[in-house]
Design a protein around this ligand. Structure first.
Ligand SMILES: C[S@@+](CC[C@H](N)C(=O)[O-])C[C@H]1O[C@@H](n2cnc3c(N)ncnc32)[C@H](O)[C@@H]1O
Ligand code: SF4
Ligand code: SF4
Ligand code: SF4
Length: 305
């Protein structure tokens, strides 16, 4: 690997080994920081902001007050518990470094391509034995596409299977630049109506739809698994499921859709002092999931829950 590639940095918030839900076999899932969407239900809110940020785990806190004394910005007040003034925090990590109980965690770490490859290559034997590989998720991995592309190329060189878990929200040239290095796309479709999509994710879905057409038109339908987050009262409505079925039917060759039942993660939002807009906290019922499964099987898809 040349020095130029090794100096390209990516901001990663987690590397999960032995993952079995993000593509075939045993995988290492790399979570990229930064996402242009803000889905109300997102279970990885720590992946949305494109910079480093601080997470506070109240249940671990020993209320010692040490963190307040080391903050160079005076961003932590102490009133029995630490109160983080987010607007003053520069995410330097001084407080998390001294916290005796890991109640403060700095989210996001820079990796060079070489450093990330070392992590990925640790489990190459498991990948080979299980038909697994690496999955790039986040946040939105296409948001740091230059870094992603370099890592994809390195993985391809040593024949590691590569899955991209994506919202599909990126300029088409970005998708085109990485496409040939990706073996499998886990391509999310959340809401088909544009206004609803804007309301619940903050962005239009026009580019997402176009990009899926683009993959299909380039003969990649066989390498796409659609993922559908089943969010009660938002994406699981009869209208959305119907338009989803119609949209998928309008493209040839898509074979599989995975239903992802909503799970509630309100506590993660509290740890980041972020607003959690969801008012429904229950997962979808089994009956609703089976009804959606039936509808999508009706258009010839293999449906996994
Ligand atoms: C966190 S996203 C990251 C990849 C990419 N940004 C995307 O949206 O596809 C990974 C997957 O988690 C799903 N997801 C997000 N929040 C969820 C929740 N609360 N319950 C179930 N699935 C969720 C998304 O729909 C997506 O399929
Ligand atoms: S990360 Fe740095 S700036 Fe932010 S609260 Fe901790 S010590 Fe202060
Ligand atoms: S240093 Fe850690 S344990 Fe002590 S008050 Fe701060 S967050 Fe809590
Ligand atoms: S697109 Fe993915 S990472 Fe971004 S907010 Fe939505 S679910 Fe979360």
């Amino acid at each position: 690997m040349d020095d130029a590639k090794n100096s390209c940095l990516g901001l990663i918030f987690d590397v999960q080994r032995y993952s079995i839900h993000d593509g075939p076999g045993i995988r290492t899932t790399v979570f990229f920081k930064g996402c242009p969407l803000k889905c109300w239900w997102c279970h990885n809110p720590e992946g949305i902001d494109s910079g480093k940020e601080l997470m506070y785990f109240e249940y671990k806190c020993m209320h010692c007050g040490t963190c307040t004394h080391v903050c160079p910005m005076g961003a932590i007040e102490f009133d029995g518990i630490p109160i983080i003034r987010r607007s003053m925090c520069i995410a330097c990590g001084s407080c998390s470094a001294v916290c005796p109980s890991d109640a403060l965690k700095l989210i996001g770490r820079e990796y060079t391509v070489g450093e990330l490859m070392k992590e990925i290559e640790r489990d190459v034997l498991y990948f080979d034995n299980s038909g697994g590989g690496v999955t790039f998720s986040g946040g939105e991995p296409l948001y740091q596409h230059e870094f992603l592309l370099e890592v994809l190329k390195e993985c391809k060189k040593i024949d590691i299977h590569r899955t991209l878990d994506t919202s599909g929200f990126a300029p088409q040239e970005v998708l085109a630049s990485v496409m040939d290095y990706v073996d499998l796309f886990l391509y999310d479709l959340k809401l088909i109506d544009e206004k609803e999509h804007i309301k619940y994710t903050g962005v239009s879905n026009a580019q997402i739809k176009e990009n899926l057409h683009f993959l299909v038109d380039h003969g990649r339908a066989k390498d796409v698994i659609i993922r559908f987050p089943v969010i009660p009262e938002i994406s699981d409505t009869a209208d959305n499921v119907e338009t989803l079925a119609e949209f998928i039917s309008s493209m040839k060759g898509l074979k599989e859709i995975d239903l992802l039942p909503f799970h509630d993660v309100s506590e993660k939002y509290n740890r980041l002092d972020k607003d959690y807009k969801m008012t429904v906290h229950k997962s979808p019922s089994r009956e609703r999931l089976l009804a959606i499964k039936g509808r999508l099987e009706g258009i010839g898809l293999y449906v996994k829950i």
